[in-house]
Design a protein around this ligand. Sequence first.
Ligand code: ASP
Length: 606
Amino acid sequence: MSKMESERLFVKTLTKTLKRTLCEEINENDKGLEFNLKGWVMHYRDHGSLIFIDLRDYSGTIQIVFDETISPQSFKTAKKIRNEFVVSVLGVVRIRPSGTENPHLKTGKIEIEARSVELLNDCETLPFQIEEEKEAGVNELMRLKYRYLDLRRKKLKENIIFRSNFTFSIRNFLQKKGFFDIETPFLTKSTPEGSRDFLVPSRLNIGSFYALPQSPQLFKQILMVSGFERYYQIVRCFRDEDLRADRQPEFTQLDMEMSFVNKDDILSLTEELLSGVFGELLNIKLNLPFPRLNYDDAMDTYGSDKPDTRFEMTLKKLSHIFVNSSFNLFKDTITGGGEVKGICLKTGSNLLSRKDIDELVSFAKEFGAKGLAWTKVGENKTFDGGISKFISIGERSNLINELNAENGDMIFYQADLKRIANAVLGKLRVHLAKKFNLIPKSKFNFLWVVNFPLFEYSEEEKKIVSVHHPFTSPKLSDIDILISDPLKARSESYDFVLNGEEIGGGSIRIHKKELQEQIFKILKITPENARLKFGFLLDALSFGAPPHGGIAFGIDRILMLLRNENSIRDVIAFPKTQKAYCPLTDTPSKIESMQLREVGISLLKK
Ligand code: ASP
């Protein structure tokens, strides 16, 4: 079913039940027919003996005319109408007089000649105007406080309807593939997905707490032990994060798990799912399979494990050019085990002012760089500015070849530990591409990143931590080095990336209790602690757990990208602010001391 068809179907069903017609169901062919329309008054224009209103319902808008000479009674009532009043109009379709058509409106060729009107409700003075063009000036706190008005706006309304069609299409696909939609608890135990938990005190068990799930991870694995084999859920997850960038404390995942599958089964099933949904809702044909990139290659080439491949400017290894360099900074880095790498910004010499370059240096430092070396490329392989004077003629020509550089380009260098050089240039690459609009807007570049390390060393926690979560299976070939060289072990996990955003990820899981215990040990979780936190999982694994694996997709983020929005708040009906605050309901808010006492809590004095 195409998007149009599914919308159409919805319109018809609704109309039948509501015994009224929606604005955009009517067209020129209905000339002379009478309809009952109900909705909100978007615009109101009084032209003496004629009053025009644009009526809005969820389908769209239509123009209604009140003519004093045709229906004096409804004209009189219409005099009282103001913006956003709710009205019910009975009227006849007529073709608009030539020259007064509105080509921007689906119903722009027609209008409704009102015969009677009923005012169903009035409306206070609006805190902001609803029309699209006015949005830019409205502060987001205001929009969220009056979210019900904000959601009347065309763009938001279409986003939310798209979201509904999107999840419907997913459910449809998965149902046909034999998946079961199974709910898992919200009041539960902590699931380690790398964030802080939201806690809920228990009144019936004073001093004990539930945690809201960071994901249904452990329950979906347990469902596999129960034999459901194919599970999915479109489910809310809760993570108490510092809301940097564009995150929400509660967000929605498409969560899936399957038994008796390998990694490739999961990747190809989800590819089929996404290409189906894309075809149906956006009429876009995706080329399958999506590229699979090794983690190491992604880091080396793009400096990121969620590479944006819509534009070039890839990271190049330059160490071989500088091994014998007279530029000590580069040479010593290489001798000390580090690397020199670079990126080339096409026509960069003209794009960047001195001030811009200074800003880029500060930008690089934010991500751990000691500095940011650069050179401009001139005519006949000449270099200019930055560290040019340290670079020999031979090195220049090698650099030009390696980076495909031309007159007018600009090269940026990092000499550091490989990890830092990659991370800094990776961030810089995306920053420059955004700054100079080098990213094609209409492209959807999907890819998988595979062969992740199983563990990484956390400087913050001063210990080894899981790159994904502790239930991820190591590659069978790496089981032997788990103890001797854990940081070298690779995992059976995969991340799904769209246009430089990680929008999904999952893994083949550990299904043997002994291996799971071994992983906890490497993570320095004592057997007592493992029992306390994950005893139920370890028990389940010991009762015939099948091999299994799964994945979860961030629905909000995918929708944001598909709808070309800059914030996930624009695809969520009731989002919270960056400070996890809901202006509509004024939440979080203080509660009565009585309620605290009931759950055995007293607040610390500040
Ligand atoms: N539970 C994981 C997450 O929320 C996804 C998965 O491994 O299926 O990121």
